[in-house]
Design a binder for this molecule. Structure first.
Ligand code: PMP
Length: 408
């Protein structure tokens, strides 16, 4: 697959060669079950222990009591929310946001079907949460708050550390979960420092140059949480199933690499900013979804008015450029992104979003190529767009409004 420009790192990342190399022996001669009693199995158990320590070190957790391996962030999110509800059935309220990944959003919907009250906090035009609305939502029977750290579509960051502190000051019995799948490995996350009021945190291997199908749930010591997967003594009796050793080892290697490369965030942001600036200068009627909010260093979500994101992606693909029109999990459906809808992105741009997400492997030359190609694609598609003439004659985006152009 030489020659492609991969700018879809929020969907998944390339497995780092060091990670694949670390995994290889555990797909080969080191196949032993880490629970077995002979020496070669002991060595495998040692590798799992080292991987746990590496993940713990990346996020400031205690390796031996707080990191639990899962099949990925989807399972971690399911476990955090459903496990908390089973542990504290007397508390009947849940708080979340309107822009969570489906791996939280759909669990919350299920909880609502089962009788819990779920408060979904709105966001503003830049994708920011209203802290006052959060405070108002905290009630005496609130079980858990689940608020993502970084949004996968826009990269917008929520002030999770502050919200967790407020929740705990209001009622220490409220549990705080954050889906940090998109921030771990991209930004410092310190559960012993800034994030010390967070009880539960989800992360995933394949967003940080590790393998897919492996992740972790951080469970702060003492947090009441029932298991989701019953059936074995593994993970201290809290998550049954023979350990996925090769992938656990891969996640450990990815965590070590991520820690070593965290300092490159500013370089990644500089490349992203170069792309953002060039696009805004060269293309009329383009906005940055999440402009004005704090964002991940690697993410650029563009609202291109009057054209379809899917068509832009097809044209980019034809040029060997991989991007996304929102969350990969929802692509294939014609519904506009729930995240952009929640942000009140205007009608003419709701279907026209393109997400470029960079990694530390993205080069200046690749960004230069996108700057060259992307404006031409947008221009060509707009020549075919029935809305473009109306929009081009309108002085400002916000004059269009959320319900579409007002007839003259
Ligand atoms: N949460 C967020 C914010 C994500 O971006 C993703 C991956 N798209 C997930 C959860 C699900 O992670 P996994 O693929 O490891 O289940």
């Amino acid at each position: 697959m030489g020659g492609i420009i991969y700018l879809d790192n929020n969907a998944t990342t390339a497995v780092a060669p060091e990670v694949a190399e670390a995994m290889a022996p555990y797909l080969g001669e080191r196949y032993f079950n880490p629970s077995s009693m002979y020496a070669p199995a002991g060595a495998v158990a040692g590798a799992v222990k080292e991987a746990r320590a590496a993940v713990a070190a990346l996020i400031g957790a205690d390796a031996e009591g707080e990191i639990f391996f899962t099949s990925g962030a989807t399972e971690s999110n399911n476990w955090a929310i459903q496990g908390a509800a089973r542990a504290r059935p007397e508390r009947r309220r849940l708080i979340t946001t309107s822009v969570e990944h489906p791996a939280v959003r759909e669990v919350m919907r299920e909880m609502a079907r089962l009788g819990w009250t779920v408060d979904e906090l709105p966001v503003d035009r830049a994708g920011r949460l209203d802290v006052a609305a959060f405070v108002r939502a905290l009630r005496p029977d609130t079980l858990l708050v689940s608020i993502m750290h970084a949004n996968n579509e826009t990269g917008v960051l929520f002030p999770v550390a502050e919200l967790a502190r407020i929740a705990k000051e209001t009622d220490p019995g409220i549990l705080v979960h954050t889906d940090a799948t998109q921030s771990v490995g991209k930004l410092p996350v310190d559960l012993a420092g800034e994030f010390r009021h967070v009880d539960l945190l989800s992360c995933s291997g394949h967003k940080l140059h590790g393998p897919k199908g492996i992740g972790a749930l951080f469970i702060r010591r003492g947090t009441p949480l029932r298991p989701l997967l019953l059936g074995g003594h593994q993970e201290r009796g809290r998550r049954g199933g023979t350990e996925n050793v090769p992938h656990i080892v891969g996640l450990g290697a990815a965590a070590r690499l991520a820690a070593a490369h965290l300092g490159e965030a500013a370089q990644i942001a500089a490349r992203r900013d170069r792309l953002e600036k060039a696009v805004l200068e060269r293309i009329p009627w383009v906005e940055v979804n999440g402009a004005g909010a704090e964002r991940l260093p690697n993410t650029l979500n563009l609202a291109c008015h009057c054209i379809e994101g899917e068509s832009i992606l097809a044209q980019l693909d034809a040029q060997g450029i991989c991007a996304s029109s929102g969350s990969a999990c929802t692509s294939g459906s014609l519904d506009p992104s729930h995240v952009l809808k929640a942000m009140h992105v205007p009608f003419t741009a709701l279907h026209g979003s393109v997400r470029f997400s960079l990694s530390r492997l993205t080069t200046d030359a690749e960004i230069g190529r996108v700057i060259d190609v992307f404006p031409r694609i947008v221009e060509a598609l707009r020549r075919l767009s029935p809305y473009w003439d109306v929009a081009a004659a309108t002085p400002r985006f916000d004059a269009i409004g959320a319900d579409g152009p007002t007839p003259a």
